[in-house]
Design a protein around this ligand. Structure first.
Ligand SMILES: Nc1ncnc2c1ncn2[C@@H]1O[C@H](COP(=O)(O)OP(=O)(O)OP(=O)(O)O)[C@@H](O)[C@H]1O
Ligand SMILES: [Mg+2]
Length: 285
C-alpha cells in the first residue's frame, strides 16, 4: 500500500468465486433480490510521486547544485468518506464535472483500485466496461479476447462458443476481429468491450462513459441493447456526461463533486439542480 496501514476492507464477490457453476441466464432482477452494493465511509486516494529519483527534474536540480530530497509521495483525494447503498433492480446514473470522482467510484466498485479506508461490498457477479483497454490483452486478437473475458466471467469454452458469433456480429469489426487488439481504434475497443460485457449478462454492470467513443450506428445499437440489459442485469451503474441518456435510462442519479456526494435522488430531482449549478459555475468562470 502507500506506506500507511490500510484500514478498509474491500470485499468483491465476483466471477472467480462463482466459477464453474455459472449458466448463461436471462433472469429478471426480481430473481436476484440479494444483489447489492454497500459502500461505507469509503475514502480513496491516488498516490502521486512528487519527486522521483532519476527523473529529468531531479537531474537538473543536481546540475544546479541542489541536493536531491528524499522522494515524497503525495496523494490526490479522489473519493472522500462516501456512503452509498444500491439495491437489486436499481439503475444508477453517476454525474458530475470532470475530476469529480465518477470513474474512481466505478473502479473502486469493480475492485481494481483499493480503498484507503472504509469498505465496499458488492454481492453478485460483476461485468465492467471501464477504462476501455482494461481487461483486454492487446497482443491477442479480438476473438481470442472474447474467450479470455468469458473465462474470467466463469464460462466454459463450450458456453463461450455459443455466444461467440453473436458477440462478433454485434461488435461488427469485420476482419479486425481476427487481428491483434493493439491495431484497434478507441471506438473499436469500445465496440468489442460493450459487446462482450453485455453479452455475458452480469448481475452488476458498471459502465463508464462509453457511448461517446462509438460512431452513430454503434451508439444506436448500444442503446437498444442497454434497454435489454435493464430487464436482465440486477444492478446497473452508468457514468455519463450525457444527461439525456442518464435521464432516460436511470431510476436514480448520484451527483458527485470533488469526491463527495452532493445529491442522490430521482433523475427529475437531481439533473435540474446539477444543470443549474453547471450554468452558474460557467457564468462565474
Ligand atoms: N491514476 C490516477 N493518478 C492520480 N490521480 C488520479 C488518477 N486518476 C484520477 N485521478 C484524480 O482523481 C480525481 C477523480 O478523478 P476521476 O477520473 O475519478 O474523475 P471523473 O469524475 O471520472 O472525471 P471525468 O469526467 O473527467 O472522467 C481527479 O482529481 C483526478 O485528477
Ligand atoms: Mg471519468
Amino acid at each position: 500500500m502507500y506506506g500507511t496501514k490500510r484500514s478498509g476492507k474491500l470485499k468483491v464477490i465476483s466471477s472467480s468465486d462463482e466459477a464453474a457453476s455459472l449458466e448463461p441466464r436471462a433472469a429478471p432482477s426480481a430473481d436476484k433480490p440479494s444483489l447489492a452494493i454497500e459502500i461505507t465511509g469509503a475514502t480513496l486516494q491516488y498516490p502521486i510521486g512528487a519527486f522521483v529519483r532519476g527523473s529529468l527534474k531531479s537531474s537538473l536540480f543536481g546540475l544546479l547544485g541542489h541536493r536531491e530530497k528524499a522522494p515524497q509521495v503525495q496523494f490526490v483525494d479522489a473519493i472522500t468518506n462516501l456512503d452509498l447503498s444500491i439495491q437489486a433492480g436499481e439503475r444508477v446514473g453517476v454525474i458530475g464535472s470532470n475530476g469529480s470522482g465518477k470513474s474512481t467510484l466505478l473502479r473502486a466498485m469493480a475492485g481494481v483500485y483499493p480503498l484507503r479506508s472504509g469498505s465496499i461490498s458488492v454481492t453478485g457477479q460483476i461485468g465492467t466496461l471501464l477504462d476501455i483497454s482494461l481487461g483486454f490483452e492487446p497482443e491477442s486478437t479480438g476473438r481470442e479476447n472474447i474467450y479470455y473475458r468469458g473465462m474470467v466471467m466463469g464460462y466454459s469454452r463450450k458456453q463461450i462458443r455459443e455466444f461467440e458469433s453473436e458477440i462478433v456480429d454485434f461488435a461488427s469489426l469485420g476482419e479486425f476481429i481476427d487481428l491483434p487488439m493493439r491495431t484497434y481504434s478507441a471506438g473499436m475497443y469500445v465496440r468489442l468491450g460493450f459487446a462482450v460485457s453485455t453479452q455475458f449478462q452480469p448481475d452488476v454492470l458498471l459502465i463508464d462513459e462509453v457511448f461517446g467513443a462509438g460512431d452513430a450506428s454503434f451508439a444506436e445499437r448500444a442503446r437498444a441493447r442497454m434497454n435489454r440489459i435493464v430487464e436482465t442485469a440486477g444492478i446497473v451503474v452508468l457514468v455519463s456526461h450525457d444527461l439525456g441518456l442518464i435521464s432516460s435510462f436511470c431510476t436514480r442519479v448520484i451527483w458527485m463533486d470533488r469526491g463527495r456526494l452532493v445529491q442522490d435522488g430521482s433523475p427529475e430531482a437531481v439533473i435540474p439542480r446539477f444543470l443549474e449549478y453547471m450554468t452558474s459555475a460557467a457564468a462565474s468562470a
